[in-house]
Ligand binder design. Sequence first.
Ligand code: NAD
Length: 441
Amino acid sequence: MTTAATPEQPTDVVARLRATFRTGRTKPVAWRTEQLRRLRELLTERGADLADALHTDLGKSSTEAYRTEIDFTVREIDHTLDHLDAWLRPESAPVPAHLGADATAWTQYDPLGVVLVIAPWNYPAQLLLAPLVGALAAGNAVVVKPSELAPATSAALAHLLPAYLDTDAVAVVEGGIPETTALLAERFDHIFYTGNGTVGRVVLRAAAEHLTPVTLELGGKSPAFVDRDADLSVVADRLARGKFLNAGQTCVAPDYVLTDPDTAAALEPLLTRAVETLYGTDPQSSAAYGRIINERHFDRLAALLDSGRIVVGGGNDRTDKYLAPTVLADVDPASPVMREEIFGPILPIVTVEGLDEAIAFINDRDKPLALYVFTESGDTRGRIAAETSSGGLGYGLPLAHLTVSDLPFGGVGESGMGNYHGRYSIETFSHRKAVLEKPLH
Ligand code: NAD
C-alpha cells in the first residue's frame, strides 16, 4: 500500500523560506532575473498545460487563455526584466543645510522577506503569477496559494512552479479555507490578496496580529457611463467585448451601463448585434465563449435574470454551467442585479437623466475598481475625472488600462488598497529605506 506524502505544514513552509531569505540568496539582482527567466520558460514551454487547465476550469478558449493569462504574464516579465535595474537604483535626496555640505542622503529598495500571495479563481494563473513576478523582482521569498475553485489550474501551478523555480524560495500551498486560515496564522512580511471584500476583511484581521502590511485587490460594481454624443455601435462592440470576456467573470468588467433613456433605447439593438458578432446566435456552441466557474455561482447569476427586461440572452444550461451573454433593460437601481457585483455575463442598463445624475449615482455607491466613460466631450471626461473616485478610469475602452504595465493596478475604498504591475510591484513588495551618511571626519 502506498501512502500519499504528508504535505509540509504552513509553519514549516514559512520557516524554510525564511531561512533561505536570511541567507541573502534572494537579494542579488542576478537571482531575481534568473527566477523571472525561468518563470518565462515555464510559460513558453508549458503554456499549453496551463491553457488546458484554464479550459477545464472555466471553458476558456486557448486564444483567451494566452491573451489574458499566459502572454499577459510573459509581457509583465519582459517589462520587469527590461527595467528592473533602473527601478532598483537608489535615489538621492537633497540634504538640509544644517547637516553640512558633506552629508548625503538616498533611498534604497529592500526586499521585505517572505510574502504570501492568495489568488482567486477567475484569472487563476495571471492573478497568481503577476504578483509573483513583482514579489520575486523585489527579492522576496514567496508562498503562493492558488484558488481551490479552479482546481485544474491550481494543480498545474503546484506541479509546474517547483519544476522551474528555486524551491527553497518559492512554495505553492494548495487548498481552501482551512489551508488558507492556517497560512494566515503565520507571520509574513507582506500579504497580497485578490478576491472579494468579505475575505479581504478576514485577511486584514489576520495580518493585524503580526502588523503585516497588506495589499487587497478587490472588486465591486464598475459602471460604464455612455453619453448621448458617443458613436453607439463602437460603444456596444467595446462594452460587449469587455463584459462577456471570461463569461463576465472579470474584476474590471463593466458591471452596468448608466445612460439616458433615448441612448439606452438606441443601444439595445446594437448590443444584440455586438453579442451575435462575437459569439453567433447560439453562444453555447461558440468555442470563444466561457463557462461559469461552478453551480453555486450559476444559481446566483440565474436568480438575477429577473431583474429587468431581457434584450438579448437569458438562455442557460445548469449542467453545462452555461449562461448566455445577457443584456437587461428597464432595470430598477434597487433590483437584486444592482445590489451586488454581478461577476457574470449579465449587463443591466440603468437610466439617468444626464451627467449630473450619473455622477451622483456613482458617488452614492462604493468606490468602484474601474469606471468607464464613453463620450466625445472633453468637459464630460474632465468632470468625471474630477468628481468621482475609482481604482482606474477608462475613456472609450473597458479593461485595457490593466494591460499598461506602467500604470498602477488597484482599487480604492471598497475596491481595495494598494496596487501593483511594473514598477508599482517593486514599490509594493519592497521597503523603501531612508539612508543618511555623514563622514566621521
Ligand atoms: P475565491 O473564492 O477564489 O477567493 C479568493 C481566495 O481567497 C482563494 O484563494 C480562497 O481560497 C481564499 N479564501 C476564500 N475564503 C476564505 C476564507 N474564509 N479565509 C481565508 N481565505 C479564503 O475568489 P472570489 O473572492 O470569489 O473572487 C471574486 C472576487 O474577486 C470578485 O469580487 C472580484 O471582483 C474580485 N477580483 C478582484 C481582482 C482585482 O485584481 N482587483 C481580480 C480578480 C477578482
